[in-house]
Design a protein around this ligand. Structure first.
Ligand code: ITT
Length: 215
């Protein structure tokens, strides 16, 4: 069984659809550090959750980056969704010629134990756009130095897309304004979204590693 520590049921729905293992949601709301990279936030969350619960956990930290706004809202995605709302993010973007964007996500796993060095990248689903992060995701252990010394393993995923007028009733968060290949994420079934999404890609790497590990 996988314990997914998150307050977001949408994330859990996607993980349940994707993973063979049963997924239990635990809504432990850890304090997120002020950091502008997803790795640091996810790693911190996984350590905090593991320390609190005393059992193996995964956490997921994700964000939307809009190219013409230099990556905004990025680490502020949650705050911006709660304050501006996705309609206004669309309004801000609609007059821009370039509306390309990306979803990025990091799944962090922590069970308190160190990780074996992996000679090969864990990911075998290399796709053009996520090569850069794939390489980082293949790092053997969390590269972030942390005073607790609790090891965390990170799995990253990115999906390119563009911001459009809201369409669709599915998904959650920014899904109605994020279009990939002619469809918004909110117009896709969970399985379809998982096949291409940042979370699906990160979960694929996690699932492969987890199945091959003795944990
Ligand atoms: P937890 O931290 O408790 O897991 P959260 O919803 O705060 O839940 P994030 O900080 O990772 O999760 O999410 C940042 C924002 O991005 C938030 O507004 C989410 O709704 C949104 N988001 C994350 N993944 C998404 C996805 O797959 N589709 C649409 N929006 C997403």
């Amino acid at each position: 069984m996988v314990v997914f520590v998150t307050t977001n049921e949408g994330k859990v729905r996607e993980a349940r659809e994707y993973l063979d293992e049963p997924v239990e949601q635990v809504s432990f709301d850890y304090v997120e550090p002020q950091a502008d990279d997803l790795q640091t936030v996810a790693a911190h969350g996984a350590r905090a959750a593991y320390t609190h619960l005393g059992e193996p956990v995964i956490v997921d930290d994700s964000g939307l980056t809009i190219d013409v706004f230099e990556g905004f809202p990025g680490p502020y995605s949650s705050f911006v969704e709660d304050t501006l709302g996705i309609e206004r993010v669309w309004e801000l973007t609609r007059s821009e010629e370039n509306r390309s964007a990306a979803f990025r996500g990091v799944v962090a796993y922590c069970d308190g134990e160190p990780f074996e060095a992996a000679p090969e990248p864990v990911d075998d689903q290399r796709r053009g756009h996520d090569l850069a992060v794939t390489d980082r995701a293949s790092a053997t252990t969390d590269e972030q130095v942390d005073e607790t010394g609790v090891p965390v393993k990170l799995f990253e995923g990115v999906v390119p897309g563009r911001i459009v007028e809201p369409r669709g009733d599915g998904g959650f968060g920014y899904d109605p304004i994020f279009e990939y290949d002619g469809k918004t994420f909110a117009e896709m079934h969970t399985e379809e979204k998982n096949a291409i999404s940042h979370r699906g890609r990160a979960l694929a790497k996690f699932a492969e590693w987890y199945a091959e590990s003795d944990r």
